[in-house]
Ligand binder design. Structure first.
Ligand SMILES: Cc1ncc(COP(=O)(O)O)c(C=O)c1O
Length: 446
């Protein structure tokens, strides 16, 4: 079929609100996707957005059905099982935002850096954002596109690698800019400055970059005093103030950011809106995000960057674990071969309750168990869950949404082994891409 016909066909499906339209759109090349968008009016674009989000939800619902069967094939637990086609589905939504707005999207390596699946990410995104030398190097060597690095304070030791592997270095203070800015310029790197946008709505202080006395981002009064003298050296401003939030929060943050910094933006090349955008969540208001970015670009004539981490791999992986023993102390306690403390630390830190497939809240189904880890930490407890059937020793449990902030944060506390990392490839094969052993534990210690 010629390009004209393919485009006509896609437009026909979009105007009929036919669910297949999203897949047709995603399969088009860059030029043809642009032509489809160019041919749609406001109503048509909104329809397409709804179809894109619905198509993603459907793929994820279907995956939920197949995951337990796939996990049965995992020979050794604990294991993170990453579903590559689900990552790609998230990527399609992110690319759609790029298509509509012309913004640039970087994947935040801090959330997920398992490069075995970068093959399904690089075609869709502009690059990565890194937190320092090691992530910058991984981004350059394994992702291979733009690398933007932000660090709260670069040491002399690290800054060489940061400058070597990054296209853009973002500083957290005027002091650091003064100290390393010249070296960055000599290497042709772009320079950014992180600012505190003066507004955030993150309830947990631990995750709120704008909490009182936050060290993250230059505060406004200091910016006012010192920025004019260095304005010519800086290409962009960066802020990060969100955590798992929708685009209404971004709108309110931008209102504050523009009030504080708006008059300095003309003449800059870009503004980076940071991460925390839960773009691939079912209820995320994508149209509002698109409207916000379009309006911002039009007002200031700058490029807009987003750097989500969670959204890239949201619900794209599970942690497969096995019940090792059941003990009793007022209730039945299942001791697993996985640990909240070592393999899903955000469960204790945030804290939050991960979903376990086939379970409900305590007391809802017939059999309630406390799920706990094998470590010495008394609080190494995932939570209380109920199940239709008794949990025998040897039963498999699947913790959902475990690709993000888990593999990158896992530890070997108590000498507990790290989970295998397995990838469900697009062709249905499960590939164990990494298996850890005693050496991985020992080599970190002396
Ligand atoms: C500077 C910066 N950018 C991006 C991110 C990614 O955020 P998320 O994974 O919530 O999208 C973070 C997370 O802490 C961050 O600190």
């Amino acid at each position: 079929m010629g390009a004209g016909l393919i485009i006509e066909e896609a437009l026909k499906y979009i105007s009929a609100k036919d669910a297949r339209a999203a897949a047709m759109y995603h399969a088009l090349n860059d030029r043809n996707r642009r032509r489809v968008l160019g041919a749609l009016d406001g109503k048509g674009l909104k329809s397409l957005t709804r179809l894109v989000m619905k198509a993603r939800s459907k793929v994820f619902r279907e995956a939920e059905e197949r995951t337990p069967g796939v996990a049965e094939g995992i020979v050794r637990t604990p294991a993170y099982l990453i579903d590559e086609s689900l990552i790609e589905e998230n990527m399609r939504v992110l690319r759609y935002v790029k298509d509509r707005t012309g913004c640039r999207i970087l994947h935040a390596l801090k959330a997920y850096a398992s490069f075995a699946t970068f093959g399904v990410m690089t075609p869709y995104l502009d690059g990565v954002c890194a937190s320092g030398a090691n992530e910058a190097r991984l981004g350059r060597e394994e992702f291979g596109k733009e690398v933007h690095t932000f660090g709260a304070a670069y040491t002399e030791k690290d800054v060489r690698a940061v400058l070597r592997y990054s296209d853009c270095v973002i500083f957290n203070s005027f002091h650091q800019l003064g100290r390393y800015g010249e070296a960055a310029r000599r290497l042709g790197r772009q320079i950014g400055l992180r600012v505190n946008p003066g507004h955030a709505e993150v309830q947990t202080a631990m995750y709120n970059p704008c909490a009182p006395r936050s060290r993250l981002g230059v505060v406004h009064d200091e910016f006012e005093r010192r920025f004019p003298a260095v304005a010519g050296q800086v290409q962009g401003l960066h802020f990060h103030a969100m955590c798992e939030q929708n685009s209404d929060v971004l709108q309110r943050i931008l209102k504050s950011f523009e009030r504080l910094y708006g008059r300095y933006l003309k003449g800059l090349r870009w503004v980076n809106f940071g991460g925390g955008h839960h773009i691939t969540r079912d209820d995320y208001d994508l149209e509002r995000l698109i409207g916000i970015i379009d309006a911002f670009k039009a007002r200031y004539g700058v490029e807009v960057y987003l750097e989500p981490g969670e959204a890239s791999v949201y619900h794209a992986g599970v942690l497969v674990s096995t019940v090792v023993d059941i003990v009793r102390n007022e209730m039945e306690i299942a001791i697993l071969d996985t640990s909240a403390e070592t393999h899903m630390p955000d469960v204790l830190l945030m804290p939050y309750r991960p979903h376990v497939m086939g379970s409900a809240e305590a007391g809802v189904k017939k059999h309630t168990y406390r799920l706990a880890g094998p470590s010495c930490l008394a609080g190494d407890v995932v939570g209380d869950y109920s199940f239709d059937e008794r949990l025998p020793r040897g039963a498999r449990l699947l913790f959902t949404d475990m690709a993000l902030y888990s593999i990158v944060k896992s530890t070997t506390f108590n000498g507990i082994g790290l989970p295998d990392i397995a990838v469900l490839r697009k062709d249905g094969r499960v590939e164990v891409v990494r298996r850890f052993g005693y050496g991985d534990y020992r080599n970190r210690l002396s």
